[in-house]
Write a protein that binds this ligand. Structure first.
Ligand code: ZN
Length: 336
């Protein structure tokens, strides 16, 4: 699918005013649904999938269901769950694949390009182990590397600017919305796919998270002070910020809520009065000079510069609405 589309971009000029310009994005996307279907076929034909039929579960005794749940690290009995409810829960767990998107934005032949790939994540619940494959007479193969082989998802012309990259968000979101369509194996078993992770290099993680690039921040996980990364005690104490928490931190004050600077950099160059409003909305100290308030606000929001990319056009929605309920960005910045 080719997606040449014209977008309007809002630029922030040096003088601090906003200017609108048109630009075209062209890229190719293989819809996620197609990739998921193809991956399932391939995994099936290689015999990597553990997936059991309904009959298999029907024949399972309650004790077996419980011991299997315990083996998987799940509660063997959640409250007042009936035998059939536990069985359904086990079935759902064993028929769920977790997927990851990996992103890279780099220059190729003097043009910026965006490459996104998708892969499923190896999990012994769903896929056989190497030892099991040998025991089944399928030979000595590396199951994990086959399962996690990346599939090209989006490849397109794309500059490295925030605005250029945001132009791909809506088409990616449309794909995520198709995630609730179940796909079926050749035996008619329905498989659920969940998009769990986004990964990529530093700038890609920062883009997805809405974290600032460069400066004394940049961790897509904790948004901590980069000067303190080497101090393990500080680094390991910083809690991971979920995408919802990031969204909330941005929208907590008027700048984020009103999409100041087109929502791209709502906290850039806040005036004293604006800083005061931001601090007030967050229950922070509001007395002091501009510099004091800048410090106070910085301490609170860290390197967060806008809402996460996937929520940029839907800031009023929840992650669950966008099919990203359990989505996380894998971060490596603190360790590189
Ligand atoms: Zn961190």
């Amino acid at each position: 699918m080719v997606v040449p589309q014209t977008f309007k971009k809002v630029l922030l000029t040096k003088e601090g005013t906003l200017k609108t310009e048109s630009f075209t994005v062209s890229g190719r996307k293989i819809p996620l649904l197609e990739i998921r279907t193809r991956m399932l076929k391939e995994q099936e034909s290689l015999g990597l999938l553990r997936i059991h039929s309904d009959d298999y579960y029907a024949a399972m005794a309650d004790a077996e269901v419980r011991s299997r749940l315990i083996q998987l690290g799940e509660d063997d009995n959640r409250g007042e769950e009936s035998e059939s409810q536990s069985k359904e829960r086990l079935k759902a767990i064993e028929r769920k694949r977790h997927l990851m998107v990996w992103g890279d934005n780099s220059t190729l032949l003097n043009h910026g390009h965006l490459l996104l790939t998708v892969n499923s994540i190896y999990d012994e619940v769903v896929y056989y182990t190497n030892e099991e494959m040998i025991a089944k007479g399928k030979g000595d193969i590396d199951v994990q590397s086959l399962v996690e082989r990346p599939q090209v998802y989006i490849l397109g012309r794309c500059g490295s600017s925030e605005v250029d990259q945001l132009a791909y968000i809506n088409t990616r979101k449309a794909c995520l919305q198709s995630m609730n369509i179940k796909i079926t194996t050749s035996n008619g078993v329905e498989i659920t796919d969940v998009m769990r992770f986004f990964h990529g290099d530093g700038p890609e993680q920062q883009f997805e998270a809405g974290e600032q690039k460069g400066g004394n921040a940049g961790c897509a996980s904790c948004s901590g002070d980069a000067r303190k990364y080497k101090d393990l005690a500080v680094s390991l104490c910083k809690p991971h910020l979920t995408l919802s928490e990031r969204l909330k931190k941005v929208l907590q004050g008027p700048a984020g809520k009103n999409k100041r600077n087109a929502g791209l950099k709502p906290f850039k160059d806040l005036r004293l009065e604006e800083l005061r409003s931001e601090c007030r909305a967050r229950g922070l100290e509001t007395d002091g000079q501009k510099r004091d308030l800048q410090e106070i606000l910085k301490e609170e929001i860290g390197g967060i510069q806008r809402v996460p990319a996937m929520m940029f056009f839907d800031q009023e929605k929840t992650l669950a609405d966008l099919g990203l309920g359990r989505h996380r960005i894998l971060s490596t910045v603190g360790w590189s």
